[in-house]
Ligand binder design. Sequence first.
Ligand SMILES: NC(=O)c1ccc[n+]([C@@H]2O[C@H](COP(=O)([O-])OP(=O)(O)OC[C@H]3O[C@@H](n4cnc5c(N)ncnc54)[C@H](OP(=O)(O)O)[C@@H]3O)[C@@H](O)[C@H]2O)c1
Length: 317
Amino acid sequence: MGNEGRAARPVLLVHAADASGRWQEALATALPDVEVIAAPSEAAAGTVDFFAGWNPPAGFFAPLSALRAVFALGAGVDAFLRRPDLAAHVPLLKLGDAGMAAQMLEYALLGVLAWQRHLPAYSAQQSRAEWRALPPTSRADTRVGVLGLGAIGAEVAAGLARFGYTVGGWSRSVHSIDGVRCVSGAEALHALLERSDVLVNLLPSTPRTRGLLDHALLGRLPRGACVVNASRGDQLDVDALLELLDSGHLSSAQLDVFATEPLPRHSPLWRHPKVRITPHVAAITLLEPAVAQIRDNLQCLLDGQSMSNVVDRARGY
Ligand SMILES: NC(=O)c1ccc[n+]([C@@H]2O[C@H](COP(=O)([O-])OP(=O)(O)OC[C@H]3O[C@@H](n4cnc5c(N)ncnc54)[C@H](OP(=O)(O)O)[C@@H]3O)[C@@H](O)[C@H]2O)c1
């Protein structure tokens, strides 16, 4: 089919691995004025106006010459920004919260509660059949540092503060969040780390944040601190983390994301007694709120209005 066979309705192409059918159906219901097709499709590449999906194969975007917008089915778009086949002039949209912030708050709470209630130490004691109470720590005396105060990070910081923890948050621009001490800048980051018993990383992966959590920064955390990484694995220096865990400077780590996923079987992280591993499930994309967000944004685009959650390519998020 050439352009002469172009459908009257704009075409949205979906690629979401083995869930493409489900997304196609939901998007078609939400967008009756759009023709929603799933990849692989017989339709000519030049007829596709929009894309919604996650991690299509290399070269996927190259033949989509009429593409007008790409809707990522996730909040972190670093993989999209690294693709040479996706032209820079095509607007890229990320999901803004869409039900992920509440899940991420649960994941952060898991790490903070484990630290506050001495879970790693009690697990170690259990392995030795050792019955010994450790001094309790109150929520107010538990200091949490949240890196990244975006759609997800801000909700996580606010939720932890509502629960009674002492929360500080760091972002590029200064935010104002009830109960959270918000800061920005390199010096403020150092100061925040120095008073964070639990560090929760929710920064997007960008050229400025990749490798940020290195030995020098992690070493600023107080002795006995815990690291929770739920944003992207490439921001954390795993060798530095292991060294600081083994030296006793850090007490534990809760890791959901890794530079290579799935985490290779030979990684020392798997068997480290102070490390808890989850397989990139801290906050999964929920179909209903994600479809509603894509629908609203696509409608704005079709009506000539501005869209929300458009990725700033220069900033990288
Ligand atoms: N593990 C999972 O299951 C899972 C699920 C969803 C998302 N994630 C990860 O979580 C990340 C955060 O999501 P989000 O929706 O909250 O992101 P977002 O809305 O894009 O917000 C990013 C936040 O990071 C801050 N930031 C970016 N670069 C910075 C820098 N160089 N220095 C200081 N602050 C910087 C931004 O500052 P400003 O506010 O000043 O712009 C903003 O507060 C995603 O990028 C993704 O990687 C993981």
